[in-house]
Structures are given as structure tokens and as C-alpha cells.
Ligand binder design. Sequence first.
Ligand code: IPD
Ligand code: CA
Ligand code: CA
Length: 283
Amino acid sequence: MFDASPGMLQSSVPTPRESLSHDVLLQAAVEAGQAAGTLLLRYAETGFQIEYKNPINLVTDADRAAEQCVIDLLKTRFPDHHFLAEERGRDDEGSSPYRWIIDPLDGTTNFAHGYPTYCVSVGLEYEGRCIMGVVFDPSRNELFTAFEHRGAYLNGRPIHASNTKALDSSLLVTGFAYDIRETKRNNLDHFAKFALKAQGLRRTGSAALDLCYVAAGRFDGFWEVRLSPWDMAAGSVIAREAGGRLTDFSGNNLSIYGQELVASNGRIHEAMLAVLNQAPHQT
Ligand code: IPD
Ligand code: CA
Ligand code: CA
């Protein structure tokens, strides 16, 4: 298991003005993410129950157990903090400036099919700004971490977005929301356009990992519509701290409460926005 290295935790950059130090917050998030990830692996080995939110949107008892695991650990350490977790919703009691934003299992469909691309995502807001992200992929034992102004790391080593300069030589990734059958805003038009312009196009099924892979230079760009805050909170900090650019489709700074996400290495960002803003029929 990864141990948050002293090198990563000691830095001259000031911590947020509240009394909690960045290493206390980061260590707690790492412990919570790793504990929940280990739990997910156990469920994957021993079996799990599936329920259907709609015909293509699943939830398992592993999702709920992992969420309980993360929240129990964080609430023990930070009883006053606010929480927003996918399965349980909001807990905003009190006046803390901190809010943990948790996706206990990002990639549930993959998990349910035994396809080992999923993760635990633990993000932290301070006064409404995302300041920290921890994403743990238990199948690969990959731990992505970032804290505002301190860089992004994979298993303790610094990571950086890619240097790819053109869409033509880019590997892109996207995803589709669970209302794909009901909405016209289903991303299929964008998918068709990018398929003809990029070197390659993937759909991994885990938005949090997609953001981390942009951070690690494995993907050059990622776009999606209709993501939720828990899909983006942690990964957006990791991608930004790795030198990535994150916006909506108009080029405005990303809001994790918005409907659109474009994350890239920065160099191909304008080209991605241009494709996303083409009229629908121009493929
Ligand atoms: C989903 C994944 C997927 C994305 C979906 C998300 P879940 O989250 O991140 O990649 O395309 O929009 O809802 O349901 O597996 O936690
Ligand atoms: Ca998710
Ligand atoms: Ca989830």
C-alpha cells in the first residue's frame, strides 16, 4: 500500500487559513480511499448484490459499503465537516468551511461486470473551492493525490499532463450519462466528431480515472456532459495540479456543479472546444 511520503507532505506553500494542515487532510483521505478500495476488491472476489436505479444505472451493496467506510473514517477525524456523497446525498449540518465530496465506487458498471477499471474518489472543498483530491484504483494499486498549489502525484511520484499539441495525435476519452436513452444531449454527436479528428478515442467507464489519466499524460483530453460533482471533485484537482486545463464547453473555468466538462493538457484545449461548439450536423 502507498504511504504518503514525507517529501510529498512537506512543502513551503501555505495551507488554507483554517487550522487543519494539508497533511492531516491528505492522510485521512488516503486512508479512507485505500480502506474503501480494499473493501471493493473483497466484494469483487466474494460477490455482491445489484439493484437497478434504472435499466442501465446500477448500484451494488459494495457501493454502499465503500461509502460507509469512507464516511465513517472521515467523520471520526472531522466530525464538524460537511459531506456530499453519491449514495447518501448531502450532510451540511453546522458551519464548517470544509465539504468532502465522495464517489465510493466510480465505475459501477465496470465493477458489476468484473471489468477492473473503477476507483474510490474523495475530494475536498474549502469555502466552495476544490482544494484536494484522492483517487484510488485498487485493481492496479494506483493512488492519485493532489492538494492545491502542491502538484499531483501517482503513488508519491509527481505526474504531469502530456505535451501533445494536435488533436490529430491525441488520445481522447469520454463517457455517457445514464439518461443516454432519454435525452438528445447524449454526447453521441460529439463522439462521432472526435472519432474522426483524434488519433484514438476511449470510453473507460470511470470519469474520476479519466481525469487522473489526463493528469498522468495517459490521455490528452477528456470531455463529458451531465457528470455529477462526485465524479469530478477529486479528479479535477488532480488534473489541474498536473498542469491540465479544465473548463466548460464555452471555455469558462470548470464548476463541478455544472453540466459540462473539458479537461486537457492545455495545448489541445482550444481545438477541443472548437469541435464541441460545431453545429450538430457538421461531422
Ligand atoms: C459514472 C462513470 C462514467 C460516466 C458516468 C458516471 P458511476 O459514474 O464515471 O464514466 O460516464 O456519467 O455516472 O455511476 O460509475 O459512479
Ligand atoms: Ca461516478
Ligand atoms: Ca458511483
